[in-house]
Ligand binder design. Structure first.
Ligand code: GLN
Length: 368
């Protein structure tokens, strides 16, 4: 097998279109409805975007539609505080551990000895927002948070006012988290100010194209391939990716990593980013798997994937590798372009989950 063959852009595009075509019609998912705005987002929206190392962005479907970034913003703010305080202080003040529980779990805080665990769950994210400078200054903090997201996304993102209002009147659970953490000295600014800014960052509108650029910037060590600007120091890339890999899909992260090998982060707005840091294998398959029901906690997703028990068939032809999965042949191509970024919206995030599966990173050898 020639493991070093570089697949062409045409092949990559073909895989992208194929993934889109295959999952576009799938409507097994369900919008998150605990935030009223999200319940009303068009369920048929669906797009996949891949940002490549040279800045070319491949898109298919609704990649210019603006939807709520939601929990994917946690990644950006984690980065902001990592940059400002350094990894050791973040471990100390927030943590970097997976909770194994839903994103908004209060129980997790109690079980983790009054600790927010990681900036990628609500508790740690509110804590992270509280640490952003200038402490006590809502406007200054907001500028820092938004500017950082703009730079990761490669273009300006804007608030979806209606979503912000909708979340602000329904975020009782998050308010409880903020005040609970305040009692444990894990909120480092005013709890209401921190909660408000967290809610606001979640309500930023982003497109699939912007999110894939963000994923690519993380994958490529802090260098934004679209703007050609460095957004953060390269050393933070692995810190951030380790967080994404360990808790990015919340309590389903282990299954997700096992099946896809792609460190990914979800948001209840319907987006998912995948960070591929090394050579990517693009899977082309005749297999149309069934989707299982998980992720009810975050509403918008059905996170789990089809039963996956591949038997490797070593009969491969030169440039590709063939596997037999559930009796069907799957062909893998290697892509040295380093792809990053994935997206879907609303109900169709379910499809993005599946499409995510189309873009593999050495999944059979388990390396990431
Ligand atoms: N703003 C949402 C919340 O705090 C984000 C949750 C998510 O995307 N998982 O509930």
């Amino acid at each position: 097998m020639d493991r070093d063959r570089r697949i062409t852009r045409e092949e990559l595009k073909a895989a992208l279109y194929e993934a889109y075509r295959r999952f576009k019609g799938n409507t097994d998912g369900k919008n998150a409805d605990y935030i009223p705005y999200l319940a009303n987002v068009d369920k048929d929206l669906f797009g996949i975007s891949i940002c490549l190392k040279d800045g070319e962005v491949l898109t298919v479907g609704d990649c210019n539609y603006r939807f709520g970034i939601e929990s994917i913003s946690k990644v950006a703010t984690a980065l902001l505080v990592l940059k400002e305080y350094g990894p050791e202080t973040i471990i100390d003040m927030i943590g970097a551990d997976a909770t194994g529980m839903p994103f908004n779990s209060i129980l997790a805080i109690l079980l983790e000895n009054e600790h927010p665990s990681t900036p990628l769950v609500n508790a740690g994210a509110i804590s992270a927002v509280s640490m952003v400078s200038p402490v006590g200054n809502s406007r200054g903090k907001w500028e820092a948070i938004k500017d950082n997201i703009d730079r990761l996304c490669g273009s300006e993102v804007t608030l979806i006012d209606e979503l912000y209002r909708s979340e602000s009147v329904s975020n009782h659970n998050n308010r409880a988290i903020a005040w609970l953490l305040k009692g444990y000295d894990r909120i480092y600014d005013d709890p209401e100010l921190s909660l408000d800014l967290y809610t606001r960052q979640c309500s930023l509108g982003v497109t699939a194209t912007q999110l894939s650029t963000m994923a690519a910037t993380i994958a490529f060590g802090g260098y934004n391939p679209v703007t050609k600007r460095r957004v953060f120091p390269a050393a933070l890339s692995e810190k951030l990716t380790s967080m994404i890999a360990s808790v990015g899909m919340y309590e389903y992260t282990g299954d997700w990593m096992f099946r896809t090998g792609i460190p990914s982060k979800s948001g209840v707005g319907g987006g998912i980013i995948g960070v591929l840091q090394s050579d990517a294998y693009i899977k082309q398959t005749t297999y149309a798997g069934e989707i299982l029901a998980h992720y009810r906690g975050t509403g918008g997703f059905v996170g789990s994937i089809y039963p996956y028990q591949p038997t490797v068939d070593h009969d491969h032809d030169g440039a590709t590798q063939k596997f037999i999965v559930d009796g069907k042949e799957e062909v893998y191509y290697k892509n040295n372009d380093q792809a990053a970024g994935v997206v879907g919206t609303a109900n169709q995030a379910v499809n993005a989950n599946q499409c995510n599966l189309e873009i593999y990173e050495s999944s059979f050898t388990g390396s990431i």
